[in-house]
Design a protein around this ligand. Structure first.
Ligand code: GLY
Ligand code: MN
Ligand code: MN
Length: 370
């Protein structure tokens, strides 16, 4: 099904086939999970090129429900690119797309020279990524299960945040809990940002010791069945002061407003504006410097981007403001970051349903006081 949709996109781009080199796309199309591999998707066949390390894995994949009778497994002989070139030469002068955002210029040049007249290579943008934006039932099931599992992890993790621990120690506990719960791995480097460090949205966990009076931002995620989930909560160590509670309540209000704006037919920019206006009402518009959310899937950051509508410039027309459709899964994660003071972020994962929104993560959102 995914391969059929891709074939329609390949035809619409006036190409005969696509060389897939971006590994998340390879996983999406073939369920092959490895650190190297190339696929050539043609109208009737898919060539999956892997090296001997993955021979057993792809043979069992081919025999599984995910195997597709038109997939031909090719083992690398000498190098990936020599094998790729040799097989493309058997395809009779096709017009092939390559993944422009993924292939290096030097590899593109090398492939083009090696193929000569045997094929023409054309850079394409996001042919597979566009298919990934709306999730199919299997993907929704993985994301739903992942989000529930991450919510269970969160309940433990949030109580681990105690004065005296360093950010790094707390991050290590988070990672241990994620893996022990059954996730394949963390979906990104866990963020533990305490006190003034929380003023940086993507702070790295460091040596700072947590102490009473801190707000601590914990942002973590796991990969379940190949799919990434992502959650953030902000915890107070000891009774929050009035300003901490005020900023927290403003971010919570922004998250509520953004979630309420999620429905089919809305625009990503509408959802982002709902969060931004809520924060603006508390004089915190300047403190919110990132997008409201991002798509989740086989990558932790993918389309749709839930951010401000991008206006046309002298050089470029306005990009389409993504229309929200049922089956999209993305985060809603407004925050407020105040230099030399600290920060607050609250992040949940949502699924767009035919008539609105389902919040997949399920963790209390009131400020937790440890
Ligand atoms: N930590 C990555 C994110 O929340 O987007
Ligand atoms: Mn996120
Ligand atoms: Mn996150």
């Amino acid at each position: 099904m995914r391969q059929q949709k891709l074939r329609a996109a390949i035809r619409a781009a006036d190409l005969d086939g696509l060389i897939v080199t971006h590994l998340p796309n390879l996983f999406y199309l073939t369920n092959f999970l490895g650190t190297a591999g190339v696929a050539v998707v043609m109208p009737e066949r898919v060539f999956l090129i892997v090296d001997f390390r993955y021979n057993a894995a792809v043979r069992s994949l081919a025999a599984s429900d995910y195997g597709s009778p038109d997939t031909e497994i090719i083992l690398v002989d000498r190098s990936y690119d020599e094998t790729l070139v040799a097989h493309v030469r058997t395809l009779q002068a096709p017009r092939l797309g390559v993944e422009g955002s993924n292939l290096s210029i030097s590899r593109f040049d090398h492939l083009r020279k090696s193929l000569g007249a045997a094929a023409t290579l054309t850079p394409t943008e996001g042919l597979v990524e566009k298919l990934r934006i709306v999730k199919d039932p299997h993907e929704i099931e993985m994301l739903r299960r992942g989000a529930l599992l991450l919510s269970a992890v969160a309940l433990d993790v949030l109580h681990d945040a105690k004065p005296g621990l360093s950010e790094q120690e707390l991050a290590a506990k988070v990672d241990w809990r994620i893996k022990s719960a059954g996730f394949e791995r963390c979906s990104f480097e866990t963020i533990v940002a305490s006190g003034t460090n929380a003023a940086h949205p993507h702070a790295h966990a460091g040596e700072r010791l947590l102490r009473a009076g801190d707000l601590v931002v914990l942002d973590f995620g796991g990969v379940y069945g190949g799919y990434c989930v992502d959650l953030t909560r902000t915890v107070a160590l000891g009774q929050p002061d009035a300003e901490q509670q005020r900023v927290y309540d403003a971010v919570l209000e922004a998250q509520d407003a953004a979630i309420a704006a999620v429905k089919p037919g809305a625009r990503a920019g509408d959802i982002d504006r709902a969060a931004r206006e809520a924060l603006g009402g508390h004089k915190l518009a300047e403190a919110f410097g990132h997008s409201t959310g991002h798509g989740l899937g086989v990558e932790i950051h993918e389309s749709p981007r839930i951010g401000p509508r991008r206006e046309a410039t002298a050089d470029a027309p306005a990009p389409p403001d993504d229309a929200i459709e049922p089956g999209m899964v993305f985060t809603i994660e407004p925050g407020a970051y105040v230099p030399d003071w600290g920060g607050v972020r609250i992040e949940d994962d949502v699924l767009v349903t035919p008539d609105g929104v389902e919040v997949l993560t399920n963790v209390p959102r009131a400020l937790l006081i440890n």
